[in-house]
Design a protein. Sequence first.
Length: 694
Amino acid sequence: MSTTIVRGVCPHDCPDTCALLVTVSDGVATEVRGDPDHPTTAGVLCTKVARYTERTYHPDRLLYPQKRVGKKGEGKFVRISWDEALETIAQNLTNIAANNPQAIVPYSYAGTMGLIQGEAMAHRFFHQIGASLLDRTICATAGATGYKYTIGASIGTDLEQVQHAKLILIWGSNPIVSNLHFWMRAQEAKRAGAKLIAIDPYRSLTAEKCHQHIALMPGTDAALALGLMHVLIKEELIDRDYIAKYTLGFDELAKRAEQWPPERTAATCGISVDEVVQLARAYGECCRNGDAALIRLNYGVQRVHGGGMAVRNITCLPALTGAWRQAAGGAMLSLSGGFPKNNAAMQRPDLIPIDVIPRTINMSTIGDDLLSPASPEFGPKIEAVIVYNSNPVAVAPDSEKVVQGFAREDLFTVVLEHFQTDTADYADILLPATTQLEHVDVHGAYGHYYMMANNAAIAPLGEAKPNSEFFRLLAQKMGYTDPCFSQTDDQIAAQAFRTDDVKAMHFDWDALKQSGWKKLNLPAAPFAEGGFLTPSGKCEFYSNQMLHAGLDPLPTFIAPYESVASNRELAQHYPLAMISPPARNFMNSTFVNVKSLRDTEGEPHLDMHPQDAAPRAIETGAMVRIFNQRGSMQARVRVTEKARVGVVVGLSIWWKKLAGDGQNANAVTSQKLTDMGGGATFYDVLVEVEKLSS
């Protein structure tokens, strides 16, 4: 028996981007484990990725190209050859492009975070044909935009410093589920005496293990941050030296914060005055004492109308208190801005024809966009969609419209997938993609600062092909001759990071493949002496960029679209706020079809506070219908104080076809967008809940 160990990377949409060691015996991957030498992975994997061989060798893996033979949505296909598949796709796209290439739309997100199998060759192809651009907004753009206005780029506290913090605010995040290696270091800090405070509408697994849980109403995080500013400034728990040297607009900020006394803040957030005051004091006093205070905020904060502003407000706090002085202080949202990616070389936007001004489709409004007719404002009707690294029928908001759009008989749809997902059921051509164990890729990360290499551990199963190979072959079939379409994955990977940037000047692809990982050159405390990447070089409490974009240049509070306080008429019919954070054993819609993980989740559940359940005669174990003006779903209720009064929680996100009623949480979510960044508002939802008769 021949056994080897191959270095790889977890490809999934998680901050941790773990370094993997894959055991291969006689060409078969037998084990996937975390690299014990990688400083952030430390040999530990989540329950999902620890079962990665189960997913790779799953009996339902798509292994051959197929074409649809039934109605869209029925999921009936017959096997075809790769040549027939490519010929069919090329002919359809050629015909559409001859009229208007903007009628062709890519749809992808973070099914893999790899730079090659993600967007490199795919972008080259869509740029060459002149297709519409896709604004990939569904997860992070609101928060990233708010953070950028304030800090300048997605750079923050190094994960490897977290264990030295003395106070950690875990704000809108459940790292036990979605950021395990941060949680490991937070636990180390806790054992050394740090205080952990969770700020979340839901008493998550993480919140249960913190010293304190502040259960505010969804969409009110910006107000809480303003209230903290009020107390910090009033009680002189701020660092005036840091403010004077490294910030812009403090006087204006102080006037704005004066409008948010603890009483107003508490009433807006649905918490107590004491919680506001004591949280501000804990944070300010920690910084004043010279100890490290860290805010780990996550994307749950920004999936509401004012989500970008919420992130902006929160990220003003470390500059206000001088928390950035300490390497373990400051804030973490995403660290992806530390990686100097060479997108121009990887994705080749110069291939866009000079006579084409491409329109941009927002992926969060794909339901409406697929149903929109041609118009001067919208452009041509969408005639073709190529889906890769995503499952929009399950994950996009306002599901009923998404389904209606993909069900169009005049829409040509290609789906590259590992499994026959909800979206795959609507494909005209369904193609088998390789998993991470079967292809080469290069990765950055958004939870640590390591460049990562993924080596192919095994040969592709069946006739599966890497995404890059599909787009390479399709380009050839369509007669594209630019040399970039002949580059191998290794040649593309070698261009991934800009070596003219000091952070990645030591990047060498061949060496990275051997070592598996290499850290960027970054200071331990990135903003200890200012150096923010904003136009002023300072943390901008007042932002001229925001003013010019038509936004309030100062931190403010933007109420949810749908809440009892902001939309009383709607709340008369749908009085409960609903959020749908990730289930522990799923990764968005990935892993839902892995039976061992799905069996652990059991079935769709809805957590509901006793005070909300009692007047509706709902008890634990009851099947209920959750509904609003957009749609409905069914779930099994757990009556629990984990959900705060006025909020119901549906851990997500299930494949629709694997839920009892064929629906998931996106049956009730909205296509309305965030205040900045064009993001999705998944947690800005009002519903009613009723008990089913049986």
